[in-house]
Design a protein around this ligand. Sequence first.
Ligand code: NAP
Length: 462
Amino acid sequence: MTKSSSNVMALAPPAPNKRETVCIFGTGDFGRALAHKLLQCGYPVVFGSRGSQQPSSVVPKDAEVLSHAEAAQKAAIIIIAIQRQHYNFLTSLAEVLRGKVLVDVSNNLKINQYPESNAEYLAQLVPGARVVKAFNTVSAWALQSGTLDASRQVFVCGDDTEAKKMVMDLVRALGLTPLDQGSLLAAQEIENYPLQLFPMWRFPVFLSLGLTMFFFIYSVALTVIHPYVYQKKDFSFFIAITIPNQVCPVMALTLLGLVYLPGILAAILQLCRGTKYRRFPDWLDKWMLCRKQLGLVALAFASVHVLYTLVMPIRSFVNWRTSNRIVSQALNNKTEPLDNTRAWISDSYLALGILGFFFFALLGITSLPSVSNSVNWREFRFVQSKLGYLTLVLCTAHTLVYGGKWFLVPSSYKWYLPPIYMLSLIVPCAVLVVKFVLVFPCLDKPLTQIRQGWERNPQHSK
Ligand code: NAP
């Protein structure tokens, strides 16, 4: 039974040019959500369903519900909103589907679940149809509720250029952004996208968790356990503010160093190999790809350090220490003269920290897509490389000025271990020293040539 179309009325104002009917196979969650959006945008929708005799009450009332064969005849674009395991019945419709654009929207439950992508499988089942992969990264909920901010991009791929263009036009008409990913070979990758959970964040997050745990335990050992063992002093309350405020800057500086370390390693590799045409090891490739995420985690640690530092003056321990000093000065009837060197060191340390954090925040802001899209490649590289190194220099100097005077004091090495801030200097100092060496013309010149395509031994390049 065909649903009456007398009351068919698109929610959007009628378009000047009548839109082509779009057919959707399957009246499930995704089919209905897409139909809702298509109707809103002025597209007549016809469903191909097993239940065409008794259409479901949840199907949008402005859409027709027909059998698969009847519905397919009414449209040039057919969206297959059915799970892959039910595709078999489509072989019986091969004749009706000949020349039609079949849009595969399906996803899988596991990465690389099948040997071929669902879209390629569909193309094998209906060889006469023009299969295009699209819409699989958009959720039914987002389509229906209109909250598409996070998923406005629609990855599209297919072997038939005209069919792909038709689908991309449809995507655009729905207010979404089509991204052409090439031939149907790309479908497997596109089908894996929704199954990936923050792939670029995994390494930075696990690394940060591991390092934070290590530095926290290290700091507790030196700041709480050591005074308890040797002086019977209970500084366990340091765990709330003092220790996090030691760990956060150490993490920020170490991670910032780790953002620039892979670039240094890549430069050394290229210099040693004398070519840029040999692939970097996999681990280095992956490390380079997640530098932005490492930098953002570092910025988060730096921001927390700033917050902790701001509350220092209202801490009861700090108040107690200050008043104790004043009282002891009063009792001894002597005041401490202003130590100009100390004042200089303290002010320089604070100034370097403020400037370092300012440039750090600037780096974070320029890495936002909305900002990075508005600058050209050269400007982006200038900010991320030159300003990035300036930030690293300022933050390293901030730490050096803070603790430099205790480097040669034996009592600062409790249990023969260096204080935690000294550990944070290892990676950034190594990066800055090697970077400084790489700037020398005898290394910089060949490196620039290599990066422009010159090769020392062309026969070994591939
Ligand atoms: P669903 O709610 O389970 O609906 C699937 C529809 O397929 C059913 O309503 C049914 O429609 C049809 N169907 C079921 N068994 C069939 C069979 N044996 N033969 C023929 N048709 C059959 O699934 P869905 O969530 O709408 O997902 C549909 C497709 O969209 C899937 O491939 C999914 O991976 C993809 N997708 C879904 C989302 C989402 O957010 N849900 C997002 C992106 C992509 P009729 O009863 O009308 O025949």
